[in-house]
Structure formats: structure tokens, C-alpha cells
Design a protein around this ligand. Sequence first.
Ligand code: HEM
Length: 149
Amino acid sequence: MRISAVLCGFVLTALLGLAGCATPQRATPAATSSLYDRLGGMPAITAVVDDFVGNLATDPRIKAKFANADMPRLKTRLVEQICAGSGGPCTYSGRDMKTAHAGMAISNDEFDALVDDLAKSLDKFKVPAREQKELLGILGPMRQDIVSR
Ligand code: HEM
């Protein structure tokens, strides 16, 4: 075997975590880093959640639901939840989604309104479509525990 071929395989394996030279395009940073990193880590998640919670509090479709909520605590928990769910170094310290939303009589339309408010914040902070889709793919399945009417 030629030394250059061996070196090529070794260097790529070391740098990209892939064995071989045939598929280096699979090892782009976007493909290998966590959603947390691709979102921009804690500063980006905190900025998006700040804006998102602001949207919730003013959205005529759902603001009544948040009238008595502890918004600073909600913000902290949402940041933890998104950080942990996207592979970041956080632990979610809140209640499970069923317990947290029990008795709130949340409808599918209200759930959709919240997702829409989140998408607006993600757009505002220029989170790319792929990362938006991944994040909504993590949060979307929570609908079954949150919607109760
Ligand atoms: C994917 C969708 C949703 C996620 C990820 C989510 C996440 C959370 C989290 C993490 C908490 C804090 C739980 C705790 O403190 O233990 C919370 C509380 C709450 N959520 Fe949601 N939620 C979602 C949908 C909704 C919807 C659709 C509504 C109403 C329209 C809603 C209204 C509330 C309210 C009022 C609280 C209580 C805040 C407080 O403790 O003062 N949530 N939610």
C-alpha cells in the first residue's frame, strides 16, 4: 500500500472521525456537531428564548394563558429544556410536560400558535431552516402531553 494512501486514511480518520477518503463530504461541521452547537450554544438559545417568551406574552391568541405565569422561571426552564434536548451541557430541572400543563385546557390551535411564535424568534435570529426543523422535531412530539382539549 502506498504511504500517501495510508496517510490520507489516517489523517482523515483523525480529523473527521471517518475511515477512508471516499466520503469526506459527509464530515462537514454541520453534519457532525450537535444541534446545540449549530444553534450557537447558550448565548443564541438564551436570545431566542427571551424573544420567544416576549412573543408568548403579547400574542393575542395565547397571552391569556400566560397572564399569571412566572415568566422569568419559564424562560430559565425553556432554555434548560432546549439546551438539554439539543445535546448541550444542561439538565432540565422543571416538571415533565404533562404535569406542567395539567389543567390548562390547552388546544391544538394554541399549541400551533406557540410553535409559530417560536418560529418567528428563530427566523429573527437567523437560525437556518435545517436547525429550526430539528428543534421543532424535538418539541413537536410534546404536543400529546400538553394539549388537553
Ligand atoms: C412544545 C411546546 C411547549 C413547551 C416545550 C413548553 C415548555 C414549558 C416548560 C419547560 C414549562 C416550565 C415547567 C416548570 O416550570 O416545571 C412550561 C410551563 C408553562 N407552559 Fe408550556 N410549553 C409548551 C407549550 C405550551 C402552550 C401551548 C401553552 C399555552 C398556550 C403553555 C403554557 C404554559 C404555562 C402557562 C406554563 C406555566 C408557567 C409557570 O409555571 O408560571 N405551554 N412550559
